[in-house]
Design a protein around this ligand. Structure first.
Ligand SMILES: Nc1ncnc2c1ncn2[C@@H]1O[C@H](COP(=O)(O)OP(=O)(O)OP(=O)(O)O)[C@@H](O)[C@H]1O
Length: 232
């Protein structure tokens, strides 16, 4: 199996709080993977470490053969859980900023997705709804030709009718050798596009499985299995 990410013994402490406890995980190339777990289970922490925003306390990580750093930032496209776009900016300013930052950014792809989602490139972020801003951020992140996309809660603020359309638009634009890791609580909405899932609880990986196996062998949806495994 050709891997894009391999993680061994990954631990992250925030002071006395242990957010990740010895995570071992291998993510293959060319898969769309759901990172699923209850609140506080460590999803954002794991994604931040993979993106290079946070440093691990212990453990090894390889992304495309490199430890997180300058080389991996070239091949990783990261959507943080919170917005980082300044309100005074217009959509096309943000696109120009991405063009300057990332040689793999496709302006054509970005404008194509904006037009499909009927978003005006001259609009200023301060005039936009939360959901529209989210759509723009996702478009920016998915317009790079990255090898690994890390999407932390990408569609939380988007209305249910638009979610499917956005997911399909985004997915249809990505290169099939790339891997997408999506953290979300909207499992029922996202599971149609997932190949694999990783369940995480209390900073540890509980399960890694192909969605097809969950459906065929266990006769369950991912949403159904999640509700069963994490029942309060
Ligand atoms: N900066 C921080 N300082 C201290 N504790 C933190 C910090 N960030 C996260 N934590 C703690 O680490 C644990 C994991 O948090 P994390 O945000 O990774 O979880 P999550 O699975 O993304 O949660 P959610 O689904 O609610 O977004 C939680 O107990 C959280 O309170």
């Amino acid at each position: 199996m050709d891997l894009i990410v391999s993680i061994s013994g990954l631990t992250k402490n925030y002071g006395i709080k242990q957010a990740l406890r010895g995570v071992n995980l291998a993510l293959p190339k060319g898969r769309i993977i759901g990172l699923l777990g209850p609140n506080g289970s460590g999803k954002s922490t794991l994604i931040k470490i993979l993106s290079g925003v946070l440093c691990p306390t212990a453990g090894q990580i390889q992304i495309g053969g490199f430890a997180p750093g300058i080389e991996t930032k070239r091949i990783v496209s990261y959507l943080p859980e919170r917005t980082y776009l300044s309100d005074w900016m217009k959509v096309d300013d943000a696109i120009d900023m991405f063009v300057d930052f990332y040689p793999d950014f496709s302006k054509e792809r970005a404008y194509d997705m904006l037009s499909r989602l009927q978003i005006d490139p001259r609009a200023r972020f301060k005039t936009m709804s939360k959901g529209t801003k989210e759509k723009v951020q996702l478009i920016l992140v998915m317009s790079r030709r990255a090898q690994l996309y890390l999407l932390d809660e990408p569609i939380g603020g988007v209305d249910p009718a638009a979610r499917d359309y956005i997911l399909q638009t985004i997915i249809s634009n990505y290169d099939e050798n790339a891997t997408v890791l999506i953290s979300t609580h909207l499992i029922a909405d996202v599971e149609q596009i997932l190949d694999d899932v990783v369940f995480i609880k209390d900073g540890q990986v509980m399960l890694q499985a192909a969605v097809e196996d969950i459906r065929e062998k266990q006769g369950k949806s991912v949403d159904g299995l999640f509700r069963e495994v994490f029942k309060c």
